[in-house]
Design a protein around this ligand. Structure first.
Ligand SMILES: Nc1ncnc2c1ncn2[C@@H]1O[C@H](COP(=O)(O)OP(=O)(O)OP(=O)(O)O)[C@@H](O)[C@H]1O
Ligand SMILES: CC(C)(CO)[C@@H](O)C(=O)NCCC(=O)O
Ligand SMILES: [K+]
Length: 253
């Protein structure tokens, strides 16, 4: 899965999700080396990719929300691209992100329809589907890092905060800059997310709610203090997209 900030990898063995890891986006020259040697990067994003080769021919299945990266990866041998056409959800609009569609399908097939998926990644998205597997719709807003970075980059006096510097809920009425930014971004995000959830549940009272993405643990942990009742309803699953892929590729579910 080619995301906006990094690559998310999964290994499927015997038609089943086996393991997952993340790496950075690859450069064109890294890509040429991979294609030539038929290898794939198996390493965490924090270090430089190590390229391990396999004795078996590996089929690379790709889903991407980054067109420039999609183009690079299509030079790899044995590559298959997953598109919206492969996803059995009705009423999708043509520019819907494939990550949203896959996560929605993976969540629905795993926990049942209807379902609302909250993906807390580079962008934060809400995506909902009804009992009949019809897309109801959703919303897109800047994710946590993007909100902090846009404040840091577009002002003279504000620092760019890192999401990992915030462990617990800040004081709402803050008396220093760092906590004022944390308060503004986090309490607004919590209130907004709560409002989307309540609005969804008023349409689909028996719906499940799943949460995924790089900052989903952080958002969920804030909810534990902010609104324990909502927090208890959130099903955390980091691999929603890969569960969706598993079901589409192998019909598991
Ligand atoms: N090791 C990490 N590397 C990069 N980002 C991380 C890491 N751990 C947590 N994050 C957080 O995850 C966010 C990105 O989430 P995620 O990895 O789901 O996004 P993505 O790859 O852009 O995928 P998507 O396109 O679905 O948003 C970053 O904004 C950052 O705050
Ligand atoms: C919203 C993101 C960036 C989330 O990764 C991605 O799903 C995307 O580029 N979507 C296209 C627009 C849409 O989903 O309506
Ligand atoms: K763009």
């Amino acid at each position: 899965m080619i995301g906006n900030s990094r690559l998310h990898w999964a290994l499927f063995v015997d038609n089943t999700l086996n393991s997952t890891w993340d790496t950075e986006h690859l450069s064109a020259s890294d890509m040429q080396l991979l294609a030539k040697t038929n290898t794939l990067p198996l390493s965490p994003s924090s270090t430089r990719p190590i390229f391990l080769s396999s004795n078996l021919p590996i089929t690379l299945v790709l889903a991407s929300v980054v067109p420039t990266q999609t183009k690079l990866w299509q030079t790899y041998p044995n590559v298959r691209l997953i598109t919206l056409n492969h996803i059995p959800i009705k009423g999708m609009y043509p520019t819907l992100g494939i990550d949203r569609a896959l996560a929605l399908y993976g969540a629905g097939k795993t926990y049942g329809f209807p379902i609302l998926v909250i993906d807390v990644g580079t962008a934060l998205t809400f995506t909902g589907v009804d009992h009949q597997q019809r897309l109801i719709g959703g919303a897109i807003l800047p994710g946590l890092s993007l909100q902090f970075n846009s404040l840091g980059q577009n002002t003279g006096q504000l620092p760019s905060l890192k999401t990992n510097s915030i462990t617990s809920l800040p004081q709402r009425f803050a008396l220093n800059t760092k906590e004022a930014i944390q308060s503004g971004v986090i309490y607004t995000l919590l209130a907004g997310t709560k409002d989307f959830i309540e609005s969804w549940l008023s349409l689909f009272p028996d719906s499940k709610i799943a949460i995924t993405g790089g900052d989903s643990d952080l958002l969920k942990s804030y909810f534990q203090t902010y609104d324990p009742e909502i927090s208890a309803q959130l099903i955390s699953e980091k691999n929603l997209i890969f569960l969706g892929m598993e079901k589409i590729l192998f019909g598991n579910g």
